[in-house]
Design a binder for this molecule. Sequence first.
Ligand SMILES: NC(=O)c1ccc[n+]([C@@H]2O[C@H](COP(=O)([O-])OP(=O)(O)OC[C@H]3O[C@@H](n4cnc5c(N)ncnc54)[C@H](OP(=O)(O)O)[C@@H]3O)[C@@H](O)[C@H]2O)c1
Length: 270
Amino acid sequence: MTAGWSSESRPSPTRLGPRRFEGQVALITGASRGIGLGIAKRLNAEGATVVLTARKPDALAEAVAEFPTGTALGIAGKADDPAHRAEVFDTVAEKFGRLDMLVTNVGINPVYGPTVDIDLDAARKILDVNVLGTLAWVQGAVHHERLGFRRNRGRIVSVSSVAGSTPSPGIGFYGVSKAAISHLTTTLAVELGPDIRVNAVAPAVVKTSFARALYEGREDTVAEAYPLKRLGTPEDIGAAVAYLASSDADWITGQVLTADGGLIAAGGTA
Ligand SMILES: NC(=O)c1ccc[n+]([C@@H]2O[C@H](COP(=O)([O-])OP(=O)(O)OC[C@H]3O[C@@H](n4cnc5c(N)ncnc54)[C@H](OP(=O)(O)O)[C@@H]3O)[C@@H](O)[C@H]2O)c1
């Protein structure tokens, strides 16, 4: 028998401590499925009222229905649309009168192939949604007069990627956009302290529809490169975000927490 976990290993059962976010409001972009939904569920399980966004209203409504009544709200729209962002922030102000946590999770990667050949319009779209979109959500939260984000000692957590620190074949320009998010995180942390903490999580492959092409039909082979011998789950990332957003991380800002089952330490790439 070999040491370590088999590829069948599952994350340890979550043992939730005190409800760290009781009375708080969290906004999570891109949360009708995948990592965003995993984050929303964890913050909600720890007491937060959660506001979820996504483009498709039906899937968003189905996701909201998975939460205890009255503790989740969905607002459909495109993350890079200024009118949608304004609607979200105004609605949060009207319904809840506060915002405590902002999780900028939306990220797109519409192209696959060598970066040197990328269509520049596609590259612009990636930067618009992933980088400027992230910045715009932060601007909206920080500057909205009725959300009290600064007064509430607001916390921002952005979803970056290991592709932002290590060149990843086929998804190079997406990695460039994620590197920008990581640097945006450190820059904003310096500017927004001492009231607001800004951190990011950088996952390797997490089992969602976004990453399916990277592992479908060969999950065990892909997981072999990970010291922990399994791919990530939305719950893994939800736990990491909850830590960074909680008072347990009160002295932590400007950090990008790699959540990758050890992949990068082992010299791998996403
Ligand atoms: N999965 C991975 O292996 C992995 C690894 C590292 C980093 N990430 C990052 O994690 C984040 C979430 O990825 P995921 O794997 O959870 O993807 P996913 O399962 O495809 O979920 C994406 C979510 O975002 C919404 N969304 C997508 N584009 C949007 C847009 N332009 N405006 C508003 N909502 C939008 C989707 O709903 P609609 O389609 O209805 O809009 C859905 O709710 C991304 O930033 C991604 O780069 C993922």
